[in-house]
Design a protein around this ligand. Structure first.
Ligand code: ADP
Ligand code: MG
Length: 386
């Protein structure tokens, strides 16, 4: 789960990190009221969407007065902001963050994430932070350093020193930076985060260290431990079909192709997507119905796949282990009738009671194309959608 910049900053502040003062706003009026309260010489207005690259796309504005601020707020609210992270359709701006401006002397990059390969926590840092960090990573990766630390409740001073080393700060700023790193680490551990990214972390002209941007992603598998974080979820930022799928305990990710897939098991789902591509077509989704797919679950899965207008055919690929193929076939038949499927449906069943399952499909009166194995299934569905 991801949260907005203003929420991430509030959370970091709670754990002791230094962030600029600011207020989240949902209307132009609110922006003006809160601006009057903050009473600043200049204002920073930032579009709140779950994507970076806002600065380059016009989503971060520095305004000199309330008239310009009002204009900028009107312009940004409701706008579809297209950044290099949103995809071509962009994301609609539904909330803004009004913030005090910082006097930037230097921009750094700092992030903290889980390094699964080494089972450690990695801190990534660079003195070339800011809006071009992707370019730096591509062209001059030596400018980016990674420090891996062993998991524990606190981060050691010696590790902090290694992380801040290439920022080349004076003693005073170094200490401030180490304190921020400790706060970030505390936030990371306490909230079961999978990523905290501060880009830019800045050195101000007043020699302070401030988190000027913040992104936090949480581990979905641990979110049940943090009901207070779940309240920060913004469903506007999530794909509606993926939200619907999660209600039915289906693992669904929408993709751009034309062949809908319904599969049990994540590995089999990956293999099914691969073999569709091998035969020259693109999958419309990843969908794992899980081990114990009931009729209700299969029906919900059909509805979700069919709600994607790009889908021209569906491939069902089931390996019956604990799940019996005859029970599943019954579910497919009932769900297919209920949802009145009118696009080609290819089904491959293998494993427990697969013969009984095929018989149910054959006798259902539905136009279901049966396949003998995975390759055969992929060929058949690809032929159908062509
Ligand atoms: P994004 O990463 O989505 O482009 P950022 O929050 O990093 O958005 O902002 C982009 C740039 O805008 C920053 O690198 C910084 O130069 C400037 N900026 C952002 N917030 C402030 C602020 N409060 N005061 C001054 N400049 C800011
Ligand atoms: Mg940024």
């Amino acid at each position: 789960m991801n949260i907005h910049e203003h929420q991430a900053k509030q959370l970091l502040k709670k754990f002791g990190a230094i962030v600029p003062n600011g207020e989240a706003c949902f209307t132009v009026q609110e922006v003006l009221e809160k601006a009057k309260k903050l009473n600043l010489k200049k204002y920073v207005l930032k579009a709140q969407i779950h994507a970076g690259g806002r600065g380059k796309a016009g989503g971060v504005k520095i305004l000199d007065n309330l008239v310009d601020l009002e204009k900028a707020a009107k312009d940004l609210l409701g706008k579809k902001l297209v950044t290099h992270q949103t995809g071509p359709n962009g994301k609609e701006v539904k909330r803004l963050y009004l913030e005090e401006p910082s006097n930037i002397k230097k921009e750094f990059y700092l992030s903290c994430l889980i390094d699964r390969a080494s089972s450690k926590i990695a801190f990534i840092s660079s003195d070339q932070g800011g809006m071009d960090i992707e370019e730096v990573a591509k062209k001059d990766p030596s400018k980016i350093s990674t420090i891996k630390i062993n998991f524990s409740d606190d981060i050691k001073d010696e590790d902090c020193k290694k992380i801040v080393q290439n920022f080349n700060l004076d003693d005073d700023a170094n200490l401030k930076c180490i304190n921020i790193i400790k706060s970030i680490y505390k936030t990371f551990i306490s909230t079961d985060a999978s990523l905290i990214e501060i880009n830019p972390l800045i050195l101000t002209k007043e020699n302070n260290i401030v988190c000027l941007d913040a992104k936090i992603s949480f581990d979905d598998n641990a979110i049940f431990k943090h009901p207070e974080l779940l309240e920060l979820r913004d469903l506007n930022e999530e794909d509606p079909t993926e939200i619907e799928a999660s209600k039915h305990d289906l693992a669904y990710i929408k993709l751009d192709g034309t062949i809908g897939c319904m599969v049990n098991g994540a590995g089999l789902a990956m293999a099914t997507m691969d073999i569709i591509k091998l035969h020259g077509q693109e999958p419309a989704n990843f969908l794992d119905v899980g081990g114990g797919a009931s009729k209700e679950k299969v029906s919900a899965a059909f509805k979700i796949i069919l709600s994607d207008k790009n889908v021209k055919g569906i491939l069902i690929n089931i390996f019956g282990g604990i799940m019996r193929c005859d029970v599943l076939a019954q579910g497919i038949v009932e769900a297919a009738k209920e949802t009145k499927i009118d696009i080609p449906l290819v089904v491959r069943l293998a494993g427990t009671n697969s013969e009984e399952g095929k018989k149910i499909l054959d006798e259902s009166g539905l136009k279901i194309i049966s396949a003998s194995d995975l390759g055969d299934a992929a060929k058949k569905i690809v032929k159908q959608v062509k």
